[in-house]
Design a protein around this ligand. Structure first.
Ligand SMILES: Cc1ncc(COP(=O)(O)O)c(C=O)c1O
Ligand SMILES: N[C@@H](CCCC[NH3+])C(=O)O
Length: 417
């Protein structure tokens, strides 16, 4: 189901013509669909049926407080990786008792903040961190609930930059070290062993890496049981992929069914938490951009647009493919093959190579599947203000982050005395 569709030759976001959004708010701009976000979240939630579960949306994928608020209202929990993300969750009305805290480098200050706000679980990524968590909890005179994020050494078969569950990755604790770390944690006075966590990577388009990792996790849960350590929650991470360019990832139901079959088979039917990010917001957003100039040389044609790698980094960083489609379906311009490039002074500033487009200067284009790891990874390189974020809800458009101004770009800077 898509909430971005053509009607009468015009791309719409829900009921709003996208050209109208561009006219009112300018370009570049991120446009999200509320109904799409809700649909994706519900599809995962209902897939669990009455099996005890918490969906801990991965805030890093899109951390706009309006998005978080929407999810909090639906009952979502959150996966965070920093104090900043926890502050956003709290601002958005999220429940800290449904928050899991991941990340390899949690500072003492961040741990204090998380403990003061009573997050559900601190997902420990090293033995050194376990010692720090014990020390911080003791200094606050609290008991911190933890999970150990294990690294099952499973290949998620995705881009190497977004693979996290193999032994060469910095994430998590190897299985052998985790078994020992749990026994150490069980003896620590200010630690409560709550769960086990595992996240093997992102944009995973097959079920097998998830079930392979899960069966390793479940074996560990049973081993821990045998030494008297009772795990209360399985946090199975995020990573479910989406369709950017013809991928066919498992559906929410297939993904969840795979998990439930596995836990039942192992006799370990504990409550499950998952940490989906991309699946919920990825295809719920587009980035709108306008063609500034067309240009060609002997070997290439370029459609030079007003959005660059600073606005959407994924193509430059991961060679990620995002569909680029015209906002007006019909055009009188000839169809040509273009590299769609941005204004930034870098050769990697390409949103898409060799795209068949019929465009002229002034035309609007939509860069699809931009709702996850889009605005959150944007930056002001080349002193370019960040684009606005707009949320369409039926026939309404809400500004959920206004366009940054040029004045704001230098606000935190000062001249030498
Ligand atoms: C610990 C953790 N949880 C959840 C996610 C969300 O991943 P995705 O957006 O692929 O669902 C990530 C990012 O890969 C992560 O590092
Ligand atoms: N930023 C990545 C995903 C990273 C996931 C973080 N654990 C992307 O855009 O695909």
């Amino acid at each position: 189901m898509t909430f971005f569709q053509y009607h009468a030759g015009e791309l719409h976001a829900e009921h709003v013509p996208v050209s109208q959004i561009a006219k009112q708010f300018g370009t570049p701009a991120y446009v999200y669909s509320r109904a799409a976000i809700e649909h994706q979240w519900h599809s995962l939630d209902t897939a669990f049926g009455d099996y005890p579960h918490t969906i801990c949306y991965a805030v890093k994928a899109n951390s706009n407080i309006a998005v978080l608020n929407l999810l909090a209202q639906m009952g979502s929990g959150f996966d965070i990786v920093s104090e900043g993300e926890l502050r956003r969750v709290l601002l958005a009305g999220g429940d800290p008792r449904k928050v899991v805290f991941s990340g390899v480098a949690k500072s003492t200050g961040e741990l204090e903040f998380a403990m003061r706000n009573k997050v559900r679980s601190i997902n420990i990524e090293s033995v050194a961190e376990l010692h720090r968590v014990q020390a911080v909890a003791a200094s606050l005179d609290v008991v911190a609930a933890i999970a150990i994020r294990v690294n099952p050494n499973v290949d998620p078969e995705t881009h190497p930059y977004i693979s996290t569950g193999m032994d060469k990755a910095k994430f998590g604790v190897t299985m052998e070290a985790a078994f020992e770390a749990y026994q150490l944690a069980a003896k620590m006075p200010n630690i409560e062993v709550h769960g086990i966590a595992c996240h093997i990577g992102s944009q995973i388009t097959k079920t097998s890496p998830f079930t392979d990792a899960l069966s390793i996790v479940l074996d560990m849960v049973k081993r821990l049981r045998d030494v008297g350590i009772q795990i209360q929650q399985l946090d199975l991470g995020g990573g479910l992929g989406i369709n950017y360019h013809g991928e066919t990832p498992p559906s929410a139901q297939e993904y969840v069914d795979g998990m439930l079959a596995s836990v039942r088979e192992h006799g370990v039917d504990l409550p499950i938490a998952i940490e989906p990010g991309r699946y919920i917001v990825g295809n719920s957003g587009i980035m709108l951009t306008q063609v500034e100039y067309l240009k060609h040389n002997q070997s290439k044609r370029f459609a030079i647009v007003d959005a660059g790698m600073n606005d959407l980094l994924r193509p430059a960083l991961y060679q990620a493919y995002h569909e680029i489609i015209p906002v007006a379906e019909q055009s009188t311009s000839p169809i040509e093959q273009y590299d769609v490039v941005g204004p930034v002074c870098e050769s990697a500033d390409v949103l898409g190579y060799d795209r068949e487009l019929s465009v002229k200067s002034g035309d609007l284009l939509a860069v699809c599947s931009a709702g996850a790891y889009g605005h959150v990874m944007s930056n002001q390189y080349n002193s370019r203000p960040k684009p606005p974020e707009l949320m369409v809800d039926g026939d309404q458009v809400h500004v959920i982050r206004r366009r940054e101004t040029h004045d704001e770009l230098t606000l935190a800077e000062s001249l030498l005395p």
